[in-house]
Design a protein. Sequence first.
Length: 456
Amino acid sequence: MCLSALTWADLTTALVFLAVFVLVLYGMSSPRTRIPGPFALPIVGNLFMFVRKRQRSHIELLKLKEKYGDVFRLYIGPFRLIVISGYENIHEAFVRHGTNLGHRPNWLPDIKARSETYGYGIVWGNGEEWRRLRRLALQTMRDFGVGKKSLEEIILDEAGLLCEKFATREGQPIDDVKVMMTSSISNVIHHITFGFRYPHDDKTFLRLIKLLDEVFKGPGPLLASLPKWCQIGRLKSSIKSSRKALAHLLQYVTDQIAEHEKTYDENNIRDFVDLYIQAQRADKQTNQQKTVNHLFRVILDLFSAGTETTGTSLDWALLYMIAYPEIQQECYNEIEKVVGLGRKVELSDRKSMPYIEATLLEVQRISNIASMSLPHMNTEEIDVAGYCIPKNSIVMGFLTTSHLDPHHFSDPHVFRPERFIDEVTKTVVHPDRLIPFSAQDRVRENLWQRPKCSWF
């Protein structure tokens, strides 16, 4: 039958049938599975709600939480996203159900397409391959830094150079603080990964920083996985720029690996790349090109875990020091009292400087560097806050709701480091409800450089 032959009666009958079918399906579902959320347009879902206000998406999410409760759903194009709010619910989902919800939705088209070239890496991997890469990363941390003088010296060198750069700008406005911070932190990670650092004005290094920034500020995997006809305007150009930057970064890493292969000495493991080469040579069946591409993905994960988040945290820290000069003075007084002006700060000083530690914790709490966790996926049906979350759902924790909860942090919008210092012992209190990046164990191996770099 051709469309022209359809009568209004036919169309009306079809629409009524469709409406009844939807209502029957809805009626058959349990209230536990009816996760509330805003009206979603066909095909695009709630996409426009966030594409238009990408920089203020956490504000929109807070409004949705107030309207729909601690657990609500969104549609980003065809992808249904379950958002979990409040510390207790986030803890229930990502810790109590951690084994079940400890997977990444790496079936998303963007992640799947990248994996064919770069592998899944540490951030997006699942199963045995992820565990193997995690062990390798942890081994690198043990052998090249954590708890050892070598990493402390690397960070101190960068911190000293950063202070010198600030000193040259005395009395002048500074509008590139984040770039300065990011350059120093990237050099620390680059040193541990490739075995050397760059001068901050080196052209290759500046290009590397720019490429990393293009990747980090690009859209997340949900937006990048949308059908091409949904990728319009700034979203389309952002995806294109991010993918172009990835290709250039791959070439850089490939060149570094080739140089490491030529100078590799199994008796002198110099850095993370050497350690990876050692592990891959032990596996005789490993494909060389696959090795290069997968190593690139892991290296990108290490940079993304430290550079962007730490640089942004310190950017906020300096802003709060300007806004609260009395807190800045208190931090300075503690440095002068513990370290003095005649020597460099050492990691062993950290336990004697609770106010600075508390200030950094307060910066992480109030600035909400990562308002949402990375996407997770549950392999089995789970119950959270009275709702049944179906198997293979995309689930994200709304971390901001824990940090701005007035029941746990009084006057949550006030910057007050003292909230993290015990009134009796005068020591730092690390509350469980401070979850600046995630509540789940699987991300902690990527956080190794953040506290140490930030503190120095």
